[in-house]
Write a protein that binds this ligand. Structure first.
Ligand SMILES: Cc1cc2nc3c(=O)[nH]c(=O)nc-3n(C[C@H](O)[C@H](O)[C@H](O)COP(=O)(O)O)c2cc1C
Length: 376
């Protein structure tokens, strides 16, 4: 109720990016109040054991995480954890710091419960983020999402990712190679099989040279064809990737029911939120049918309710993330979802949510064991 009033009378009057900064600043500063963190955690993230997920060799308090883009600068992931999220994917970060595209670059499309963004990876650069991540303590799990520096040519992208990985891998719980943002020209072409294979090999070589092997995942977009998605799943299994994060934003304004004209007038960028729900589910089903539990699947796109999380897990997701649902749902959103999820686990007679993974999938090689355990 309070958030709804604050959203309507304060946040909605601000540019969405300023509103985002204001909320992150408020949460960051409340952390300095003595005793507030344990209190917030007791209230919002009581961590019922039935929601705990073990994946990627890590322990997550629950499957619900914050999608990349919310904490681009790795400066409020701890507050996000205190609000009930089991993990935060910080970034996208690039090797060199950059400003991103011109503002305004986030637009609300409330009639569709969607956002349209053309951020272009504004971030302070890998070295700065590494410093911030290095200082963190346990909860929540923090993954880092890495992208290409805008000024680096596509043919030099692998070296650019390597630079970021070298700086960030030691302080991250897992690493995601982002090849699917629509806001960095040419980036999505790296979802092509040969480019992707070369990128993964280059990053692996870098990690091996450091003696570090954090779980490695790729983040893919919803605008690939089904055949392309299946081919990426096959490649991921073949090269021993730990998982796939699916999906990024879509460039297809056709998914909008009510605000299509508004979005078309904003000339580039990606759409997130409720309109992505259908395609995100389709992509998850394709991936699970192809790879089963040989990959950890992280489902993102249009997650708004505990029922959405439940459906994703039943369809084969081990982890679930959100951005837009959190923006519209407010700071207590994750806590509400976790409470409801815990009740659903109990009502279904399960001892843990993990037992649900893939149970609604009709086919696939889901019987394989040992999902997502880092090689070696
Ligand atoms: C404003 C905004 C910024 C985003 N920035 C990133 C980013 O930097 N890296 C990335 O991989 N995804 C980014 N995303 C995509 C989200 O991580 C997510 O994949 C997408 O929004 C779909 O999830 P949702 O429907 O829950 O928002 C961004 C999304 C939004 C709305």
């Amino acid at each position: 109720m309070i958030y709804r009033l604050f959203f309507r009378y304060v946040l909605l009057r601000l540019d969405p990016e300023d509103a985002h900064r204001l909320v992150s600043r408020i949460l960051r500063s409340t952390r300095r109040v003595p005793g507030i963190r344990p209190m917030m955690r007791a209230l919002f993230s009581p961590e019922p054991p039935c929601l705990e997920v073990r994946a990627l060799g890590l322990s997550f308090a629950n499957p619900l995480g914050v999608a990349a883009g919310v904490d681009k600068e790795a400066d409020w992931f701890e507050s996000l954890g205190d609000l009930g999220f089991g993990h935060v994917e910080v970034g996208t970060v690039t090797a060199d710091g950059q400003e991103g595209n011109e503002r305004p670059r986030i637009h609300r499309l409330p009639r569709d419960r969607a956002l349209h963004n053309s951020m272009g990876f504004p971030n302070p650069g890998a070295a700065k983020l590494a410093g911030r991540l290095g200082a963190r303590t346990g909860h929540p799990v923090v993954g880092v999402n890495i992208g290409k520096t805008r000024t680096v040519e596509l043919q030099d992208a692998a070296a650019d990712y390597r630079r970021s990985v070298r700086l960030l891998a030691p302080s991250s719980d897992y690493v995601v190679l982002n090849v699917s943002s629509p806001n960095t020209p040419g980036l999505r072409s790296m979802q092509g099989l040969e480019d992707l294979r070369a990128l993964i090999a280059a990053v692996r070589a870098e990690l091996q040279s450091m003696g570090a092997e954090p779980p490695l995942l790729v983040k893919i977009g919803p605008d690939l064809t089904d055949a392309e998605i299946e081919a990426i799943a096959d490649l991921a299994v073949e090269v021993g990737l730990n998982g796939i994060v699916a999906v990024n934003t879509t460039s297809d304004a056709g998914v909008l029911r009510h605000s299509g004209e508004e979005a078309r007038s904003i000339d580039h960028g990606g759409i997130s939120g409720a309109p992505l729900k259908g395609r995100s589910m389709e992509v998850l089903r394709l991936l699970y049918a192809r790879a089963g539990s040989r990959l950890v699947l992280v489902s993102v796109g249009g997650v708004e309710t505990a029922e959405d999380v439940w459906e994703r897990v039943a369809a084969g997701a081990t982890l679930v993330q959100a951005y837009t649902g959190f923006v519209y749902g407010g700071p207590l959103w994750a806590a509400r979802i976790n409470r409801r999820l815990a009740r659903k686990v109990k009502a279904a007679g399960l001892s843990s949510l993990g037992e649900l993974i893939g149970t609604a999938a009709s086919s696939g090689s889901g019987a394989d064991q040992g999902a997502g355990v880092p090689p070696g």
